[in-house]
Design a protein around this ligand. Structure first.
Ligand code: FE2
Length: 374
């Protein structure tokens, strides 16, 4: 079940060539404060702003950036607004996974003719720095994919935004780019969404985990990893599976009030330095028991790093045929037990930490139990 599918030798034209993640947009209750939190705790820099002062009357967006990682934090200014409805229903969460394309019109046509449901027809935004073309389709829950074509634009972010300059510029924590974004979907919905990514977006299923791979004594889930042709964009899809108690995916679905983004995994080139800095700035991660570190090297073999700092920080290790990876998972980033971040450093491995699932899910269950939701 978990053997990577080998690359097809048949050369097929990718009908949806993606250049990577352009940005991730969060709908939040208070974007001004959220921007301050992400800057302070995660080391983002202010990049751009849009709001009434730039002609956007009903909402405010702050754009923050760190290396190739761009977040947009958006809040509605009035109650009678679909963004306000989104926040009422889901709490703070990811609304948009925006994908960078060469041609947003073609991306829209190719995906909608294959069954993708339109969210935004190709729309050209212009200012004196050029133009950006945006289109978009719906995915699971209320989440959407936007296709962003910015080859004819040299402004700071996109038309409608102005540069956001500030004297408050916390240093980077070494976060580099989005490695993958995981979606939680409902019971028996994993395969329909796998088919959506295959049929509508031309993705391939590169890894699968069944409930035997991902179960503890109490709860279970199933997961399939979807990847686009060049591997720049990877979307694992989780669904709950039957266990003795409520699975973490069910807890998410309850509190998010539907399907949505469970975690954003962010790459770093030095996980020890990054996580040391994040912890210093107040970010909390799942606690891993010392027993994990007693046997981990028997399982993964020799690694370049000293084990002690990894144990002190709670960083997990896993190996596949191509190398190993180091990863750690934050506690939820808001009061609802919904969205969290993973920090990942890949040292050759292209997989997702299957060997850590048991330790990880047991750590999650301890948190779930403390919330009374197991
Ligand atoms: Fe992940």
């Amino acid at each position: 079940m978990n053997t990577p599918v080998t690359e097809s030798t048949t050369i097929q034209t990718d009908f949806l060539p993606l250049q990577g993640t352009d940005y991730v947009e969060f709908y939040v209750g208070n974007a001004k404060q959220a921007a301050h939190f992400y800057k302070t705790a995660f080391g983002f820099q202010s990049l751009a702003y849009a709001g009434p002062e730039t002609g956007m009357k009903d909402k405010v967006s702050y754009v923050i950036r760190q290396n190739k990682l761009t977040f947009v934090l958006t809040t509605p200014l009035r109650t009678d607004n679909p963004i306000a409805d989104h926040i009422y229903k889901h709490g703070d969460g990811v609304k948009v996974i925006a994908l960078k394309v060469e041609d947003a019109t073609s991306a829209f046509e190719e995906t909608t003719k294959r069954g993708g449901k339109s969210y935004m027809v190709p729309t050209t935004l212009k200012d004196d720095k050029g133009e950006v073309v945006i289109s978009g389709i719906h995915t699971y829950g209320d989440t959407v994919h936007l296709f962003i074509e910015r080859r004819n634009y040299n402004g700071v972010f996109m038309p409608g935004f102005r540069e956001w300059k500030t004297n408050y510029n916390p240093t980077s924590t070494g976060l580099l780019y989005v490695d993958h974004c995981v979606g939680n979907v409902g019971w028996n919905q994993m395969n329909p969404w796998v088919k959506f990514y295959e049929d509508v977006m031309g993705f391939r299923n590169i890894l699968s985990f069944d409930d035997k791979d991902i179960s503890t004594e109490y709860s279970a889930l199933m997961s399939k990893v979807m990847s686009n042709g060049n591997g720049y964009v990877k979307f694992p899809i989780n669904e709950p599976a039957e266990g003795k108690k409520k699975s973490q995916v069910e807890e998410y679905l309850d509190f998010y009030n539907g399907e949505g983004v469970q975690h954003v995994a962010i790459a770093t080139a030095d996980i020890v330095a990054t996580v040391t800095e994040l912890q210093k700035r107040g970010i909390e991660f799942l606690n891993i028991p010392p027993s994990y570190y007693e046997t981990v090297l028997d399982r993964v073999g020799k690694i370049d790093e000293d084990l002690q700092p990894l144990q002190d920080l709670g960083i997990l290790i896993d190996r596949d045929d191509e190398g190993y990876l180091l990863q750690i998972f934050s506690k939820p980033l808001e009061d609802r037990p919904t969205l969290f971040f993973e920090i990942i450093q890949r040292k050759g491995a292209k997989s997702f930490g299957k060997g850590n699932f048991k330790a990880l899910f047991e750590a999650l269950e301890r948190e779930q139990e403390a919330r009374g939701n197991l």
